[in-house]
Design a protein around this ligand. Structure first.
Ligand SMILES: Cc1cc2nc3c(=O)[nH]c(=O)nc-3n(C[C@H](O)[C@H](O)[C@H](O)COP(=O)(O)OP(=O)(O)OC[C@H]3O[C@@H](n4cnc5c(N)ncnc54)[C@H](O)[C@@H]3O)c2cc1C
Length: 433
């Protein structure tokens, strides 16, 4: 490959205790937790709003806070849901603790909580690299309408969903799986008879809420090669009568590769129009449906995950091994979407699992913590914990840990675990049962 060399002076526009990269479910919660821990915090986000896959990807609902009707994930994630519900932006479905939400109310609630906590926001800012001094990251580089800018910090939290900061810093990654889980472009339909679509509510434990009637039709069409790859279909309300988001497109792509990501967007946009028409023709509740919007970006289930001090395995997670440094929980089924077929492995848990702090730190990276779906786990453990409620819990732990590291002036792997767990428990996290 041809290369060019470009050198330029980059202004340092801010100096913080902690910079959080990525404002998705894990990142916005990490930033709030870090700021509430007393740190001076900045959050970088490539879009003009927070929420990541929840808002830019329109993946709904927020899954899941409960196991068998018992709340497993509390703390800031649950406080966020309560704030969202208070403005009519969330509805809990028991016993799972699935949250149907309004994406617009999600954005405003997250933004309010961030600003109330005193976090400095850098929106429309794309993280493109970092500067290191020995093992320590000293600055992250962002690009926005002002050009390239640098932000300095004592500690950094990578919540980019694709481990962008860890990647630029040269952190080790998990060996890529055989095939990455597929990407899906979610679309929103209006003028739907939502009362005639019971599966937009996700109420029972142990049920995969997809539309079996539509699936049968699609499978027959696929035998005749008349439809592309699909998943589900899964439908979810957005708390607006007549409006649903639909999750049924599917393409095999490495969304951390720009060429593949561009192709995926183009291919899936075509598929959205085709599937909208098929839903209108085949499912009475959709007969008058109109395509309101596609998500701003294709939803990404899996790209890079870091290789941390510990890699959480499916065995440990499914057997609910409790670790002395457990800092977050997960209770969603293991949910692996097949990249090359219409299939899905959905394995329900016997009990809620645990995430140890050692999965958030990386040997040789003393001031970097990761949170969200990039944490150090194998494909099975990750396929459960990647959902929103659990990554928010990991985000809170990462933010609280970074704030403790600022106070103690220690390497992130030296954070006092007893103090971290006590901080999380005091804020409502359930780490013990
Ligand atoms: C199709 C699909 C369906 C899903 N369904 C559900 C579901 O029903 N329920 C559920 O709970 N979960 C679901 N998920 C999973 C869940 O949404 C994600 O795993 C979760 O959002 C991950 O959170 P995160 O914070 O790690 O990353 P993300 O949500 O990806 O957030 C990352 C954030 O970082 C920003 N960012 C990324 N790179 C940069 C950069 N270089 N510079 C600046 N900003 C950057 C992004 O804009 C984004 O805001 C689904 C996912 C997909 C793809």
């Amino acid at each position: 490959m041809n290369t060019i060399t470009q050198t330029k002076e980059i202004p340092v526009v801010g100096q913080y205790d902690i910079v959080v990269c990525g404002g998705g479910p894990s990142g916005f919660v990490a930033a709030i937790a870090a700021a509430r821990g007393g740190a001076n915090v900045a959050l970088i986000e490539r879009y003009g709003f927070t929420g990541g896959m929840a808002t830019a990807g329109l993946v709904a609902p927020i899954s899941v806070f409960n196991y068998n009707g018992k709340r497993v994930i509390g703390g800031i994630p649950w406080e966020f849901v309560e704030r969202l519900a208070a403005i009519g932006g969330a509805r809990e479905e028991q016993p799972l603790g699935n949250i149907t939400y309004s994406p617009e109310k999600y954005k405003i609630t997250a933004q309010r909580m961030l600003l109330e906590a005193g976090v400095t926001l850098y929106f429309h800012s794309y993280l493109t690299g970092c500067r290191k001094d020995g093992d320590e990251i000293t600055h992250v580089i962002i690009e926005n309408k002002s050009g390239a800018q640098a932000l300095g910090a004592k500690y950094f939290i990578d919540c980019t969903g694709d481990a962008d900061l860890s990647f630029h810093a040269g952190a080790p990654m998990q060996p890529p799986g055989k095939i990455l889980q597929p990407a899906s472009l979610i679309f929103m339909l209006g003028n739907v008879d939502t009362d005639a679509l019971p599966m937009i509510r996700h109420a029972k434990q142990g049920v995969n809420y997809h539309d079996l009637a539509m699936r049968e039709i699609l499978e027959k069409l696929r035998e005749k090669r008349e439809v592309p790859l699909f998943g589900g279909p899964w439908y979810c309300g957005v708390l607006a009568k007549g409006t649903v988001v639909v999750n049924m497109t599917r393409v095999q792509a490495n969304m951390a590769d720009n060429r593949e990501a561009t192709n995926a967007e183009c291919v899936l946009r075509e598929h959205v129009h085709l599937f909208t028409e098929l839903l209108r023709q085949n499912i009475p509740a959709f007969s008058e449906a109109t395509l309101l919007t596609t998500a701003p970006q294709t939803g990404v289930r899996e790209t890079r995950r870091v290789k941390g001090h510990h890699t959480l395995t499916g065995d440990e997670y499914l057997n609910a091994v409790n670790f002395p440094d457990a800092i977050a929980r997960g209770c969603h089924p293991v949910d692996i979407h097949a990249a090359g077929s219409t299939g899905q492995r959905c394995e329900f848990l016997k009990s809620a699992g645990f995430v140890p702090y050692r999965c958030l730190t990386i040997p040789g990276f003393p001031n970097l913590i990761v949170a969200g779906r990039i944490f150090s786990a194998d494909g099975v453990a990750s396929a459960s914990i990647r959902v929103q409620a659990s990554v928010m819990g990991i985000g809170q732990a990462a933010g609280a840990a970074a704030a403790l590291a600022v106070k103690a002036g220690v390497d992130v792997s030296q954070v006092d675990i007893a103090e971290l767990r006590a901080t999380l428990t005091a804020s409502g996290a359930n780490l013990s049962e």
